[in-house]
Design a protein around this ligand. Structure first.
Ligand code: CIZ
Ligand code: SF4
Length: 301
């Protein structure tokens, strides 16, 4: 039996479905039933009938799915695959700002722990942050934890006072402007597509700024050559969907956490039922509200 047949049998036996983020290893994306960003996957997970969900991504993605679909068994491929940015903000940071402002909404990027979500008013992802922040009635917005996404949003919305936390993605934030400028010199015809987790000096070079989903949609709109400034895992989907277009990547743009699981972990996870995601009841109950609010507001786009 080859790998895909074995996986299919296992999935049927365990009533399981595999969701993968665009940043995980290409072989895992190839074996997955659904590929997407965290917003799309969380939305989708609620509609799926299978009772077991394997989330190939980092821990906060599994947690969000578990909170939104508590009746399902949610598994990670490896517990160690975690997002460092998710741990950069504390409950005390939130309390401090809540004490300073009355008319305040705490807007929490999904790249955060379930506990931090439980203290927040609404969650956002990079694909819906702008729309959601814009639609909130509060004037003061505490945007946690990503200072880069937060400052990009601050530059786009009108009439809000955006208070930034100082968290960041160590992978996106490490890209420097000169690298991108050199790529443009080497490929002058290429459009520069940048993820908003990058620093402002990199974002300022972009022809288009958006989430993974947004970047893929932008390529679909037209053009032949693209400089892709986000985690390199996105190349699997871009090359698959647009084999005749040219993409230039930064080879070192790799999120090591996203790359921890390998394809074989899919079989091990289904077989051993290891790495199940559990969220403490009280935290799950409170974190459900901002996540549901995100799904509701995000769907109104
Ligand atoms: O929200 C997501 O899935 C992440 C982490 C990135 C993106 O832009 O899709
Ligand atoms: Fe976290 Fe950055 Fe990796 Fe995304 S790319 S999971 S934000 S460390």
């Amino acid at each position: 039996m080859n790998f895909m047949e074995e996986l299919k049998n296992m999935k049927e036996k365990k009533d399981a479905v595999i969701l993968a983020h665009y940043y995980v290893d290409g072989q895992i994306q190839e074996a997955a039933d659904y590929i997407g960003d965290s917003f799309h996957l969380a939305q989708l997970a609620r509609k799926l009938e299978e009772k077991t969900i394997i989330m190939a991504g980092v821990y906060f993605m599994g947690e969000s799915i578990k909170i939104l679909s508590p009746e399902k068994n949610v598994y990670m491929l490896d517990y160690k695959a975690d997002c460092p940015m998710a741990h950069m903000v504390t409950k005390e940071d939130i309390e401090k700002i809540r004490n300073q402002y009355k008319d305040l909404a705490v807007v929490c990027y999904v790249n955060s722990t379930a506990e931090i979500k439980s203290y927040s008013d609404v969650c956002v992802t990079s694909s819906n942050a702008l729309h959601i922040v814009d639609s909130l009635p509060e004037k003061n917005i505490y945007f946690i934890p990503d200072r880069n996404l937060g400052s990009y949003i601050a530059g786009q919305v009108k009439g809000k006072n955006i208070i930034l936390h100082d968290g960041y993605c160590p992978i996106h934030n490490a890209i420097d402007r000169e690298q991108v400028v050199q790529m443009k010199v080497d490929h002058p015809e290429a459009k520069i597509l940048v993820h908003p987790e990058c620093s402002k000096e990199v974002v300022d070079l972009a022809d288009y700024i958006g989430s993974t989903k947004g970047i893929i949609a932008q390529v679909a709109k037209g053009g032949q050559e693209f400089i892709i400034i986000t985690e390199k895992g996105i190349s699997y989907m871009l090359e698959k969907e647009y084999p005749n277009k040219k993409f230039y990547y930064i080879d070192s743009f790799i999120c090591h956490d996203m790359k921890i699981p390998s394809r074989d972990d899919l079989l091990t996870c289904l077989d051993k039922e290891d790495n199940q995601v559990f969220v403490e009841e009280e935290i799950a109950r409170k974190a459900l509200l901002p996540l549901e609010r995100m799904l509701e507001l995000g769907a109104k786009k």
